[in-house]
Design a protein around this ligand. Sequence first.
Ligand SMILES: [Zn+2]
Length: 401
Amino acid sequence: MQGQELWFYRKMEACQNVERDVDKVLNKFSSARQHINKNIDELLENMETMKEDLLSSGPPGSEVNQFHSSIFRDTLKRSREMALTWGGNHKDIHSSVSKVGKTIDKNFSDKLLNLSKEPTFENTKRMALLNKVINEHFLRQGMLDIADSIAREADLDIPESVQEPFIEIHRILAALKEQNLRPALKWAEARRDMLRQQNSSLEFKLHRLQFIELIQQGSRQQQEILLYARRLAPFANQHPKEFQILMGSLLFLNQGLKGSPYEHLLEPINLIEICDVFVQDACTLLGLSVESPLAVSLTAGCKSLPSLLNIMQVMQSSSVMWSAKEELPIEIDIGASSLYHSIFACPILRQQTTQGNPPMRLSCGHAISRESLNKLVNGNKIKCPLCPVESSPDEAKQLYM
Ligand SMILES: [Zn+2]
């Protein structure tokens, strides 16, 4: 097993150890509760019978006979015994609870605390920033009530204008997941120009799915299908191949798409893809990253911790000090999905890109600056200077950093 995996495995094991102890406590709690409830029921029943016995034995004020006083004594004795058992149960549960604390101490070392030299979140400004990031994370997840509580407890001032777009995104996503495309279409239509500027295919994809749904209803919708095809026509230039496929599928209007060469149009993956494209486009329009910054930093942190702990041990044993701030003593590979470039230098111009001259990603995956792209365009084609792939400059997408 590799270092990283081993570390995760150990942490998993630690969690399981604690969980096992917590389960024990919970079991003890529930069996004690059952036991006590049963005891109380029994006692109440005894008292009730005693009361009835007394009432029926004679008028109020008459003397208690020997039979009754022996029953009193027995009940009293039984009550005392029960109270003693309950006390014992309580002690037992208490010791199990404190054992959980010990298990936590044993399984989770506080070595991690040593990694950060200065307390990172001790000053109020940083703490407020962290709370803001957490709040935004929950807004992104659509957990608005949690986001609200955090904002209240941390005394964050989150204006409604910040929350609104998230609420809208989640309303549209929820509708999409129930196959209701209308809210998303309305959203995309209202932002058509902005979406076009970022080469978004969202609106076409939504119409396409709506169209497929109509086709599924068969030839009795023929009129409506033809009308809808006309609405799709403006997208034909941008998505020629997909448009052809859609039109081809009309041949199977009578017999249905199932079993036809166009069966793939019915796959549920189309809807999942639309949800992804929608979130991506909405985040871009809002000027947000697609992934939550909190989730990204947490994952990156978890992945790098094992290496950092190792190097810390090595440095301590050889008494080496690392003095450079804001820099790690080793390079850590946290996987391709966590690679970010905060600076991009155009390989053609050999200079850093700017807001006015941003990096553009060609369809082959290579990136060059917009100025270089404009210079390299030949007719309506551009040949990538880094690989020989030719593509259309319209397919190039701006990269945000
Ligand atoms: Zn290329």
